[in-house]
Design a protein around this ligand. Structure first.
Ligand SMILES: [Zn+2]
Length: 425
């Protein structure tokens, strides 16, 4: 296997990574633009784009912003509301694996920014049927979240006739350099299907998995081209216009709005996926079993590219996390109604044969990034990558179980709880 000699990504990254003659991957090359582009100029370009969508009467929404209880949601809304001065409708898709912390963050986001918010909450049985089907079809337990959160905001844009959707980061650009920032790539049905949905739309799933009823699964059906054109729907990504730095952005949000951080099972990043019980737990372990790399590789690569981590240190971090067993497997399987053995057998079918081999002793990795310590010197890299832990807003409230249905109110949360991050100042 070839590995990038600047970051820690393997060549079999499912978003298609290209490694050049110098051994540096396309993601790292596109990241170089972050230190080169004139971002003040690009922010002006963004202002110019959104000006066309501003409702001067103030009677309707200017745009839609998809949000959840983590993942740059605060920063995206902050830019849209406080920097671009737009009036957004916030839209959420309930992932059904919510942590109490994620629900608190989402509740405070609504309070802090004073925006209207709508959420799609499917009934648990629908989510289970879809999850069992996506596990059988793709070895994925997270597909319904990827499908739901990329569909509901678009359906809302069509239904409410709010043509502009503003997303945060474009993963294809930021992780693997599929596009340059200069391409100003926008949301498309094709990218969603091929990359967000692992090549499988709900119609495909319903056709191949008899348990999926397309009427029940209708919320996952992406609007038709005709509907999109009729409402003039367009989705833009802030990361094309703002120098994207998730860690720095979250830390600004901790200071300004009291964004609450959490604990992640299989990575040092306490900011990005702490609203979900399975994302950095059993879902991430499945990613490792399929591709031989996991969230810790994503986060180390990101921090190397932003000059906060050296590759040598990153290899030690990857080694410490990647094989860590998830603690939530039993709980997840009980919720889904499948045996643990069945879960792993389903995943085994989808192991990438370019990296995983099986013999009489079981599965083993054909190669591993830790076997490739050679690093290309990368200007300005240092080991200065500490993620903060904030105190809980509801100390003493246990967060040790799934919270299947999102709520706007959480026990212990009230006006006495600070909205700002004063503890840091
Ligand atoms: Zn790289």
């Amino acid at each position: 296997m070839r590995y990038c000699n600047r970051c820690v990504y393997p060549e079999n990254h499912p978003l298609n990574l290209i490694i050049d003659d110098e051994g540096v991957c396309s993601g790292c090359r596109v990241h170089e633009e972050k230190d080169r582009l004139n971002w003040a100029e690009r922010l002006e370009m963004l202002r110019h784009i959104v000006d066309d969508y501003r409702d001067e009467t103030g009677r309707s929404y200017d745009c839609i912003v998809p949000v959840d209880g983590a993942r740059d949601s605060y920063f995206t809304v902050h830019i849209v509301k406080n920097v671009l001065r737009l009036n957004p409708l916030l839209v959420g898709y309930n992932k059904h694996f919510n942590t109490m912390l994620g629900i608190r963050n989402l509740a405070y986001l609504k309070i802090a920014f004073g925006c209207d918010y709508i959420e799609q909450v499917l009934k648990p049985e629908t989510v289970k049927v879809i999850t069992r089907a996506s596990l059988a079809e793709m070895g994925s337990i997270y597909w319904h979240v990827l499908a739901g959160r990329t569909c509901f905001p678009v359906r809302t844009a069509v239904d409410y006739k709010i043509p502009l959707i503003i997303w945060g980061v474009h993963q294809g650009c930021d992780q693997v350099g599929m596009f340059s920032h200069l391409d100003e790539v926008e949301m498309t049905r094709k990218y969603r299907k091929e990359h967000d949905l692992l090549g499988v739309e709900i119609e495909d799933l319903a056709m191949r998995q008899p348990s999926v009823d397309l009427v029940e699964a209708e919320p996952f059906v992406y609007p038709s081209d005709r509907e999109l054109a009729s409402a003039g729907v367009r989705g833009i990504y802030l990361s094309n216009y703002i120098r994207w730095d998730s860690k720095a952005q979250h830390e600004l949000m901790i200071k300004k709005f009291g964004y609450e951080t959490g604990f992640s099972e299989r990575t040092f990043d306490n900011y990005n996926h702490i609203d979900c019980h399975i994302y950095t737990d059993v879902h991430d372990y499945i990613k490792y079993l399929k591709w031989g790399y996991s969230k810790i590789h994503d986060h180390c690569s990101r921090e190397i590219r932003l000059h906060r981590l050296t590759r040598a240190t990153a290899l030690g971090i990857v080694d410490a996390y990647r094989k860590k067993l998830p603690t939530g497997t039993k709980r997840f399987c009980e919720w889904l109604g499948v045996a643990e053995q069945e879960l792993w057998e389903r995943v085994d079918i989808h192991r990438d044969p370019r990296i995983w081999h099986r013999d009489e002793r079981g599965w083993s990795l054909g190669d591993d990034v830790v076997n490739h310590p050679h690093a290309q010197p990368w200007a300005g890299s240092r080991d200065d990558c500490t993620f903060l832990r904030t105190p809980s807003r509801t100390p003493g409230v246990a967060d040790d179980r799934y919270v299947l249905i999102g709520r706007g109110f959480v026990p212990g949360m009230g006006p006495e709880q600070p909205v700002s991050g004063d503890w840091l100042l």
